[in-house]
Design a protein around this ligand. Sequence first.
Ligand SMILES: [Fe+2]
Ligand SMILES: [Fe+2]
Length: 291
Amino acid sequence: MVVDAEALVIRKRLEQSLKELPPLPTAVAKVLDETNKTEPDLHRIDEIISGDQALASKVLRIVNSAYYGLSRQVTSVGQAVMILGIQQVRTITLSVGSIAAFSSKNPVDPEGARRFWEHSFATAAACQTIGHKLGVDKKSLETLSTIGILHDIGRMFIFCNFKSVYDKMVQKALKQGVSYEEIEAHFLGDNHAGIGAMIAEKWGLPEQIVHSIRWHEGPFEPTVDRALATLHLADWMHKHLYYGDDKAPVGGIDPVIYEALGLSDEVLEQIQEQVRKKVAEASQLYGMVAA
Ligand SMILES: [Fe+2]
Ligand SMILES: [Fe+2]
């Protein structure tokens, strides 16, 4: 596709928006700083989140949702950190924070935002299910959940800041039958994965998260790491189950991914079943932070 004048104008606007990227809310940035330390202080994290009432209540609503399926009501942030772990609480905080940052300048279309949340949390659930099947350790499971939730942060950014461009790109992709990522690269100079990685880097997210966001749409080498392969499969599964056919062009999956993970068809079926179950729970989450 030839880069036309329209694309050049959009690219310039995008460049500017990225330069002016709103910072994360102060409490969220502090949580990130603390959790990036070699030995994060649990009480300090509790203190920071609890110090921001609006943030704390949103985090608690999410933690107590059906999605996390905890057997008892969690009433304090400290308890949430103890039960879910630091990384999980950090991810929830970041999700809430990115919505707040993106919507600080523009009002967000609630239905679109709800769909993003559903996709992000469903992908995270699929990541965890795949991780379980692969027998990865607890820390890796937590990382998988984080990259699942944050992988499409670039798309969310485009959606919030360039809504009319976003709609146009979706229409174009549908009409021309090409991948959405190709259309993004044409208009924006990079796809949402690249843009998401830039945002993650600017916000100071850890390198592994930046890397997974950057490459989650491929291309993949046979040496692809397991976390990235898991994320791609999880992402594809939710897209394939819910956005396939006439809604958006969802291609097949790179065989390299299957080879890297080595899961049987039977196990893949079981994972799909789990993802189906989790979607309804994931879809309720946005309502809990939108207020
Ligand atoms: Fe994506
Ligand atoms: Fe995705």
